[in-house]
Design a binder for this molecule. Structure first.
Ligand code: SF4
Length: 380
């Protein structure tokens, strides 16, 4: 079943938590701040990742079957300036998490390349000094923390592995500082992961990710397993850390409200490709691609404003046999013969030149951007 794109009270909870954090003052004195300067921290050039999901050769020969290739990511390009956040959003199976794994080198690309701070990612991954500069935060903090280790050892492991601090006392001090920085007590270092709540475990994951003094964090659905109020606290923490440490984020989420709060720019993905990429506010006030508009209209009205919710019609096609032409055409109300035959290119959109959109209707001017989106007004 398609993953639901949700929003609602997150924005309100985010604002409330922001106020609380402001009242509480700075949680800790940040260390190792990076200068957020000009130039991209990460560039993706036509990144693609295909998986061979064929049955074994003999079975295929007997059945007369061709190879089955799953195109999880099929030519994605973007750039993330230092100190900013790019979010990728879309339904389950759109390829956003595969992009996350490609840009930290967990998967080699089938095609294209990623450039990390001017250096080819494959070379950067081979150099531990460069590898230290990029870290990943996962959706399930419990699964990413070794349950048999004390928190202080979990956080200290990257410090030891990268040889950042060799003196044991200084390592303890650094772990205490990191725990304070993420809103926990230095005494929490003595405990095991199961002694914490989900939100606290995600704070531990963040402290561990920060322990190698990274500049680039890839955050794969870091709040989707948490309650709305806890989500807001974690997002506030991430925003504060970005501001204090000059971090650059690639943020993956299916939650549009979360993405709006944390992003400078948002890319909407569909079936392994970017359908639309725009500054966060532009995307919410003037979404151009029919899929982006459909996602906006599908947001549940949890604040009970009376706005009508229109679910996205149809199912996401299989990435093993995507439809010809525009992959969204079986679900698109604006589809025509050109859409069914020709893959749309990602082009600057007339009317919103800061957006790039892969849609023939937008290119031909037969979309209707003058129609205000009820959901954009409700969320603002
Ligand atoms: Fe719809 Fe055609 Fe645009 Fe695809 S290219 S989103 S089918 S109008």
């Amino acid at each position: 079943m398609a993953e639901q794109i949700v929003a609602g009270p997150t924005a309100a909870a985010f604002a409330a938590a922001t106020e609380a954090a402001r009242d509480a003052g700075p949680a800790a004195v940040p260390a190792f701040a990076h200068a957020a300067g000009a130039g991209p921290m990460l560039e993706a050039e036509e990144l693609a990742r295909h998986f061979d999901v064929s049955r074994p050769l003999l079975q295929r020969l007997f059945a007369g079957e061709a190879r089955r290739i799953l195109r999880a990511v099929d030519g994605v390009s973007f750039s993330i300036p230092k100190g900013t956040t790019l979010s990728l959003v879309g339904e389950s199976g759109c390829g956003k998490s595969t992009v996350a794994r490609l840009v930290v080198g967990l998967y080699p690309p089938t095609r294209g390349r990623a450039i990390f701070d001017g250096q080819d990612l494959a070379q950067a991954r081979a150099d531990s000094a460069q590898r230290r500069r990029m870290q990943m935060i996962f959706q399930d903090p419990y699964a990413s923390l070794n349950p048999r280790w004390r928190v202080q050892d979990i956080i200290a492991e990257p410090i030891r592995a990268f040889g950042l601090v060799t003196d044991r006392g200084a390592q303890r001090d650094r772990v205490a500082q990191l725990l304070t920085q993420v809103g926990l007590s230095p005494l929490d270092g003595e405990k095991f992961p199961h002694e914490f709540s989900g939100g606290q475990r995600q704070r531990i994951s963040i402290a561990r990710a920060l322990s190698s003094n990274p500049e680039f964090l890839v955050c794969d659905e870091p709040t989707s397993a948490l309650d709305v109020s806890v989500q807001a606290q974690i997002l506030n923490l991430m925003k504060a850390l970005q501001r204090d440490l000059g971090l650059t984020y690639l943020f993956i989420s299916h939650n549009l409200a979360v993405v709006r709060q944390i992003s400078d720019r948002i890319g909407v993905m569909y079936l392994g490709r970017i359908a639309e990429l725009a500054p966060a506010e532009t995307l919410f006030t003037t979404p151009r691609h029919p899929y982006t508009r459909a996602l906006m209209e599908a947001i549940p009205d949890l604040d009970m404003t009376g706005r009508k919710r229109i679910p996205v019609g149809g199912e996401v096609p299989s990435p093993i046999s995507p439809p010809p032409g525009c992959p969204f055409h079986p679900r698109c109300p604006l589809a025509n013969d050109r859409c069914r035959a020709e893959v749309p290119a990602l082009l600057s959109a007339r009317g919103t030149p800061e957006s790039v959109v892969a849609c023939h209707a937008v290119e031909e001017g037969r979309d209707h951007i003058e129609a205000p989106l009820a959901v954009a007004a409700a969320l603002s």
